[in-house]
Design a protein around this ligand. Structure first.
Ligand SMILES: Cc1cc2nc3c(=O)[nH]c(=O)nc-3n(C[C@H](O)[C@H](O)[C@H](O)COP(=O)(O)OP(=O)(O)OC[C@H]3O[C@@H](n4cnc5c(N)ncnc54)[C@H](O)[C@@H]3O)c2cc1C
Length: 437
């Protein structure tokens, strides 16, 4: 890092001249990816060409009938732009899930795309919007669909002497198709969370039929990729919920996940189906969800006075206690300062137990709550006694989660829906994505 000189050009032209003159020079914008890699010794540029202060790269405007987004636009700038909100709300929603305010104020869209991480949040949104990337070099310019820009993790088609000048996104027009969209991201917690799976959906609806579909998956393959089979199957009449459930598993076809520090490949495969279902559901029912007061934009933590790391278990306990249910809830090995928390109520009295399609006997199920937890904390757990015949939907009601579109349930590792009848010993995972829109 010591031998690396920093060049501060006064214009894009000067930046391009410096990139072609110095072999081994790299552009640097917010530095939120590059400086981390340099510190870890993964990248050793001979020089850094700073581009973060160049106004030309930060322009967001309508240009030649397209929405133009300069490569140096920050995530915060994109979230605040009225043009982006009007023509590419999907992109604004994706930017809103990047890191935290400090990162969103420094990090740029070109930096996110050039880093070429399969978990780069803006990439699925740009591909879903059919965006093109514009690259400039000394005396020349070229462009290509963002979808074709990536070669592998950390590798793109950008040449050493080129800069990403910006992105062009087709405009939304009154006369055009009705545009449905959603971005959902599953992470380990609500902020500062790299995606375990993320999904961007764009559906163009004409006269009650889906005329064009984009379903773009992040973090489940070496590069972000489209779920081509699913996109094809979506063309036709707008699907009802039963049909969406049939279609969502097609997202698995496109996934080639690996196991890493954040999740196993198997978990990602289950989740890509679940998060895709959610994204499609939100895209198709956005107005209805919003009119019912559901949280479509951002997911708020469950209010609880037990402290950050215990809040999911606390919520379950509170709900169960209020209903007089027999339960034990605890947050094993949670973050420092939290400690083990046990709440018990008289067991086996049957009083107030989940009165679903009771068969006169009780069953015991174990629930694990995921996401929105402190760093590296395992999922909070709760054990519940229910009357035999209770369904997953009744369990959701019991926990005060009914109607929450963002809860994804796995029973014994398999994605299930409200009508699934629960059995003794079932292990239930309840997941709630980080957010999106
Ligand atoms: C704590 C933390 C949390 C994070 N959370 C997330 C997250 O939730 N989601 C997510 O997607 N990312 C996340 N990131 C990664 C990072 O913040 C984003 O990828 C960000 O958008 C990178 O932009 P930058 O301007 O900082 O890029 P830089 O670090 O400046 O550059 C990154 C790469 O892009 C190149 N580059 C930059 N600008 C240009 C240009 N105009 N033309 C050509 N090449 C260029 C650089 O040479 C470098 O190779 C996080 C990073 C940190 C440190």
């Amino acid at each position: 890092m010591e031998d690396c000189k920093v060049i501060r050009p006064r214009s894009v032209e000067e930046a391009l001249a410096a990139l072609s003159a110095v072999t081994g020079a790299l552009p640097i914008a917010g530095g939120t990816d590059l400086l981390v890699k340099m510190k870890d010794g993964h990248v050793r540029p001979r020089a850094l060409v700073a581009v973060d202060h160049l106004p030309e790269l930060r322009v967001i405007e309508v240009r030649d009938g397209m929405l133009w987004i300069g490569g140096g636009a920050t995530h915060a700038q994109l979230m605040a732009s009225s043009l982006v909100k009007e023509h590419a709300p999907l992109l604004a929603a994706a930017c809103a899930t990047v890191g935290a305010p400090q990162i969103r104020n420094r990090g740029t869209i070109a930096g996110n795309v050039v880093t070429s991480s399969p978990a780069g949040d803006t990439i699925p949104a740009l591909i879903a919007l059919d965006a093109e990337v514009y690259m400039r070099r000394n005396g020349g310019q070229r462009r290509m669909p963002v979808e074709r820009f990536f070669v592998g993790p950390g590798r793109t088609k950008l040449a050493a002497e080129e800069l990403v000048a910006g992105f062009a996104v087709p405009l939304r027009t009154e006369a055009g198709p009705e545009r449905r969209w959603a971005y959902r991201k599953l992470g380990q917690r609500k902020a500062m969370s790299i995606a375990i799976v993320d999904v961007a959906v764009r559906l163009d609806v004409v006269n009650g039929r889906i005329a064009a579909a984009r379903v773009v998956l992040g973090s489940v393959a070496p590069t972000v990729r489209r779920a081509a089979e699913l996109e094809k199957a979506l063309i036709g009449p707008v699907p009802d919920d039963a049909r969406l459930r049939e279609l969502a598993p097609l997202a698995r076809e496109a996934a080639r996940p690996i196991s890493d520090v954040r999740a196993s490949a198997e978990y990602r495969l289950n989740m890509v189906e679940a998060v895709t279902y959610q994204a499609l559901y939100v895209a198709l029912h956005r107005e209805e969800l919003e009119s019912r007061g559901q949280r479509v934009q951002a997911l708020e933590p469950v209010a609880d006075d037990t402290g950050e790391c215990c809040r999911r278990a606390g919520a379950a306990s509170a709900a169960a206690t209020a209903a007089g249910h027999a339960h034990t809830a605890y947050a094993p090995g949670a973050a420092p300062g939290c400690g083990r928390r046990e709440l018990t109520a008289p067991e086996g009295t049957g009083e107030g137990e989940c009165d679903g399609a009771g068969e006169g006997r009780t069953i015991r199920v174990r629930i694990t709550f995921h996401s929105q937890l402190g760093d590296h904390a395992p999922g909070s757990q709760a054990e519940l006694t229910l009357l035999g015949g209770a369904t997953l939907g009744q369990l959701h009601e019991h926990l005060g989660l009914a109607g929450d579109t963002y809860i994804v349930a796995l029973v014994n590792g398999k994605r299930e829906f409200d009508d699934r009848v629960l059995r003794d010993g079932d292990g239930i995972d309840l997941l709630r994505p980080v957010g999106g829109g």
